[in-house]
Design a protein around this ligand. Sequence first.
Ligand code: PLP
Length: 321
Amino acid sequence: MRDIQTLLSTFPRENISLVPTPFHRLKNLSHETGCDLWIKRDDLTGFGFGGNKTRKFDFLLADAKKQGCDTLIGIGANQSNFCRILAAVGSYFGMEVHLILSGEKPEVSTGNLLIDHLLDATIYHVPRLERESKAKAVCETLTAQGRRVYFMPPGGSTPIGTLGYAVAFYEILHDMKKHGVTIRHIIHASSSAGTQAGLVLGQAISGWDGKITGISVDVPEKELTQAVYSLASEAGAMMGITLSPNLVHCDENYIGKGYGIPTQACLEAIKRFASREGIFLDKVYTGKGASGFLDYCKTGKISPHEPALFIHTGGNIQLFE
Ligand SMILES: Cc1ncc(COP(=O)(O)O)c(C=O)c1O
């Protein structure tokens, strides 16, 4: 098996995430479903309330520093987990932070937005379709003022950000070994493609013989599959790795009415994880991801004979929206 650390040794990296994150069996849910269910607790990556974005920032922030940037600019929804981590990372490293958020400015800031304010980020509220043009304008203005800006798309899903989840994939391989469990199906919530692309890249590098399924929370399956494959290929190309499109599996059946609109199954999954395992999911991402995970147990897509893993990608601050 190729060594990921050697492959990544030329990429600058910060240790923002507190890793390895816990990996453990879901005892009560396994009992209830008759399956052997495990969880990777990336809700506990530590920094800025944690979640999958800190792993992306291990590489993104290092890249920004390498480029001599002093200002971070990001795009997201009002309750963006990515923007919350961005604000925390920027503050910590003494950089200026600008967030372009879709959604009206609420009278009272809650959840992630409350934290963005606490961290003194400069926030621009714009309609969804104006986010990119506003970001471009903010980048131009700040550059004209002499700032060196590092701009990131939604979710920090760039080839560099993707590397964080290739590392996470190897961590999971190590977890399996340590716990003596052979998992052949990994499931997680997917949206801007970066998390899944990184995992798939890790799979391609390691040659792991299993399946990763991204449960889409908003993007149609075909579009997300293409986005994951493109991003994983771009990230792989940076280190001379090519990968097969057959590694990418996305499932659009748990989206419901769209981004941020919870389905009944999502709400039920949140309740079940909370009451049975003391684990808190969110209504935008992990609740939908977990609704797919539990449904796979019911429909036999997760076999009772094959241990399966859910990656908790964080976001539970959203419960306090
Ligand atoms: C909590 C949470 N889970 C999952 C995702 C999906 O990750 P990605 O955007 O990398 O597909 C996000 C991203 O926004 C998230 O905030």
